[in-house]
Design a binder for this molecule. Structure first.
Ligand code: GRF
Length: 191
């Protein structure tokens, strides 16, 4: 991963599909002095993503690509990323799988947050699956994005104990709080 050169910050795009609490948290992180990134663009596959409101609130450019035709959407996204000189992509609750050819063009420069202790529980419903399997621990992981779902190299991970009375909702809440610490920490680790 390229190092931060001088005081120049790395132009970053965040991809979201939902609530956007991680997006909001990354915006906050991009405003502190020691941050290596600026957030210049948010991309969503749906205009229903609640998190898009943070784009208006913080004056960040937002763009919707519906991914009905993945090839066309990705081609247009790449064009825009180039135009805006984006060098780094943070996926934060983005519910579309990016193609191998897209990932290759941004090789090693796309990271994702996943709400499990990878390599365990790739995919969806991670908290419920961990509870059903009587796991003692759950957590979240920041990893590089490769063409294989939730399988790229791990950057950072946070583990928490599952309480006996935890439900998937209570666990999700606890882990989301940890996600908000972990994402900035992972970015600091990379740059
Ligand atoms: C988070 O739990 C993240 O780990 C997962 O999707 C959720 C997104 O939450 N990939 P938010 O939209 O950032 O609030």
């Amino acid at each position: 991963m390229e190092k931060l050169i001088g005081l120049k910050k790395i132009k970053t795009a965040v991809f979201i599909s939902g609530t956007g609490s991680n997006f909001k948290n990354l915006i906050k992180f991009s405003k502190i002095k020691k941050t290596p990134i600026t957030i210049d663009l948010v991309i969503s596959n749906t205009n229903k993503a609640k998190g898009l409101r943070y784009a208006s609130q913080f004056n960040i450019e937002k763009k919707i690509f519906n991914f009905q035709n993945i090839k066309i959407s990705e081609k247009n996204i790449l064009k825009l990323l180039k135009k805006r000189n984006i060098k780094f992509i943070c996926l934060a609750g983005f519910m579309r799988i990016l193609s191998y050819s897209f990932i290759k063009k941004f090789n090693g420069k796309i990271i994702n947050i996943h709400p499990s202790l990878l390599p365990k529980y790739k995919g969806l419903n991670t908290h419920q699956r961990a509870i059903t399997n009587k796991e003692k621990f759950a957590g979240c992981t920041i990893h590089y994005v490769t063409a294989k779902l939730d399988s790229g190299k791990i950057i950072l991970q946070k583990k928490i104990r599952i309480a006996p009375n935890d439900t998937s909702a209570s666990l999700a809440k606890k882990i989301l709080k940890e996600e908000h610490n972990l994402y900035p920490a992972a970015i600091m680790k990379i740059f």
